[in-house]
Design a protein around this ligand. Structure first.
Ligand code: PRP
Ligand code: URA
Length: 208
């Protein structure tokens, strides 16, 4: 699959284990997810183009750099909220929109209930935050909305992706690239990623 980069390092593998463990309580789950998200920010920031300018140190003028495009974060509610803190820590100037989607547990189709994005998406680097890319329905619906709002540069940051969803995303939005910490085996008959970590929203917010 060409539209995905699996970001991995020993810290991510340790933290994925914490997320997968069904006995991990929400407070530890959130912190491990936060730590993985930091690695994802660093990996995807390789795509940011820089503008060079002169900066005056106390001693002389040297090269300074700033990020060319405005960065916009779009967490997909609810579980995507758990990735916002780490992304904003490393990209504090980013603006944040929200997309509210809830998967219908029978049809597995996403039902939308909230959209709010900054206005000038056409000149922005947009990062969709959603820890689980399962059937791909939620991420595809998010990109449909963001493109209608004028976004052209969009990447997806996820914690665990399923091959089925990554392929469906490539078919719907061939230019969309996914950064994830794990590409798991498959979906089960209920549309859950296996081995996965269960329902991300429930585990983050303790609503199991
Ligand atoms: C989960 C997850 C994704 C979606 C992925 O959200 O956070 O948004 O499912 O599944 P998909 O790829 O098959 O669309 P859910 O609908 O459970 O809502 P929640 O975050 O509010 O719990
Ligand atoms: N949503 C989740 O939270 N987990 C899955 O495994 C699939 C969809």
């Amino acid at each position: 699959m060409k539209n995905i980069k699996v970001v991995s390092n020993p810290l991510i593998l340790r933290d994925l284990t914490i997320l997968r463990d069904k006995n991990t309580p929400p407070q530890e789950f959130r912190i491990a997810l936060d730590r993985i998200s930091y690695s994802l920010v660093v990996a995807l920031s390789e795509e940011f183009k820089l503008i060079k300018f002169d900066v005056q140190t106390p001693l002389e003028v040297t090269d300074g750099f700033k990020i060319e495009k405005k960065i916009v974060l779009i967490p997909v509610l609810r579980a995507g909220l758990s990735m916002v803190n780490s992304f904003l820590t490393l990209i504090p100037e980013a603006r944040v929109g929200h997309i509210g989607l809830q998967r219908n547990e029978v049809t597995l189709e996403p039902i939308d209930y909230y959209y709010k994005a900054p206005k000038d998406l056409n000149n922005s680097f947009v990062i969709v935050l959603d820890p689980m890319l399962a059937t791909g329905g939620s991420v595809i619906a998010s990109l449909n909305f963001l493109k209608k709002q004028g976004a052209s540069k969009i990447v997806v940051a996820s914690i665990i992706a399923a091959p089925e969803g990554v392929k469906k995303l490539a078919d719907a939005h061939s230019e969309a690239f996914v950064y994830t910490a794990a590409l798991d085996r498959q979906l089960n008959e209920n549309g859950y990623i296996i081995p996965g970590l269960g329902d991300a929203g429930d585990r983050v917010f303790g609503t199991l």
